[in-house]
Design a protein around this ligand. Structure first.
Ligand SMILES: Cc1cc2nc3c(=O)[nH]c(=O)nc-3n(C[C@H](O)[C@H](O)[C@H](O)COP(=O)(O)OP(=O)(O)OC[C@H]3O[C@@H](n4cnc5c(N)ncnc54)[C@H](O)[C@@H]3O)c2cc1C
Length: 339
């Protein structure tokens, strides 16, 4: 993999990280966690068809030059031929700020109020292996189970998966359904934001330059509650989801009406989405077959799928209904202690 030139900053504390980030924002700096998304994004193409084509810059005034070496093309923002499609070149950062020394941001802490605080640099493997998460926040554990491969899960972090803001991100979807709060820190202080409000579009979030995602806080699950996540993909591993659905369901009492419900959808819109239409349909009802079918149909109203090589918009929409129905039943069984 050929990478552009950059210097790596390695702060030892979060305070130092925020200061370095602020000091290098003007020069161009990106945060590096596990690097499984970022380094792929920054790599320089090595396959002939993927090599950038400079259509004219001070270094290549003749234009139509293929080159993997640094040139002023990044400043002149020429077009870049990538696997047949043409996209605008993005200027690579001069600095990467590595989070690998920030031990405070790694690991899980179950709090006395029953909530869970997860450091942004906690690996997907650590999420997958946590007994606390599997028991209390099962949808998140199932998101981690389904992300990439063991190698990717060992390096990739939950903070990176959420901050990367891909519509299909396997831990972001359950994080929204479980109504987590994200804690962002910068030299100006700390701010918190609901996970559902964090992504704004593919690869885009409300994070400001100079801010670091430090923790993800998951509220305590209600007494009679359960959650579940399912990733539907064309292969069982190393595949991005065609549709991902996460569900959290709480009952007033076992066998009683629905006290709380939250559904999130992945890969059926420009960002992971909260399916807001489900709550009004299901809250206060006994979750029988009819109520669950109504709720699953309601989830379709929130999906905004597109056609692509993984599946058609029509297929994705049907799968939102099917998966929401199945997952509501799974979460219900878990809420009643049956699964
Ligand atoms: C082969 C392969 C398979 C994959 N399969 C899947 C899959 O099935 N499902 C899936 O969801 N993803 C998948 N991914 C994507 C990736 O592994 C995950 O998104 C991973 O969790 C990213 O975490 P990271 O620590 O590597 O992030 P990085 O690559 O280090 O960072 C990703 C982005 O987030 C930013 N960032 C990272 N941490 C922070 C922070 N604390 N605060 C602010 N910004 C931050 C970075 O600047 C960058 O923009 C795959 C990747 C590969 C290479």
């Amino acid at each position: 993999m050929i990478l552009p030139r950059f210097d790596v900053l390695t702060p030892a504390t979060v305070t130092e990280a925020c200061a370095l980030l602020a000091a290098h924002t003007a020069a161009g700096v990106r945060i590096l966690a596990g690097g499984t998304d970022l380094l792929v994004e920054l790599r320089r193409p090595i396959i002939p068809q993927h090599v950038p084509r400079c259509d004219g810059c001070p270094t290549h005034p003749e234009g139509a030059v293929f080159s993997t070496i640094d040139c002023t093309m990044w400043n002149s923002e020429p077009l870049m031929a990538a696997g047949g499609s043409v996209r605008a070149a993005v200027k690579p950062p001069a600095f990467l700020l590595s989070l690998h020394k920030l031990r405070d941001l790694r690991g899980l802490q179950k709090r006395t109020d029953g909530s869970l605080r997860v450091g942004a640099c906690t690996t997907i493997t650590d999420i997958e292996r946590s007994r606390d998460i599997r028991e209390g926040w099962t949808a998140l554990a199932e998101g981690a189970d389904n992300l990439g491969s063991p190698l990717v899960r060992n390096r990739g972090t939950v903070g990176g998966n959420i901050a990367n803001a891909r519509p299909a991100a396997d831990t972001a979807v359950p994080t929204i359904a479980l109504r987590a709060t994200l804690v962002l820190r910068s030299t100006s202080g700390i701010r918190t934001i609901a996970a559902a409000d964090f992504p704004t579009g593919p690869g885009k979030t409300i994070i400001n330059p100079g801010e670091i995602l430090t923790y993800i806080e998951y509220p305590a699950p209600a007494k009679y509650s359960g959650s579940a996540y399912h990733k539907l993909a064309n292969r069982k591993a190393l595949e991005i989801s065609t549709v991902g659905v996460a569900v959290y369901l709480a009952l007033e009492t076992p066998g009683g009406p629905v006290a709380d419900v939250s559904v999130a959808l992945g890969a059926v819109g420009p960002k992971p989405l909260a399916a807001a239409s489900v709550g009004p349909v299901l809250l206060g009802r006994i979750p029988d077959e009819t109520a669950i079918n109504d709720a699953a149909r309601a989830a379709m109203e929130d999906a905004r799928p597109i056609d692509d090589h993984r599946g058609s918009a029509w297929y994705r929409l049907q799968m939102v209904e099917v998966l929401t129905r199945r997952l509501l039943k799974t979460a219900l069984a878990r809420a009643e202690g049956k699964k």
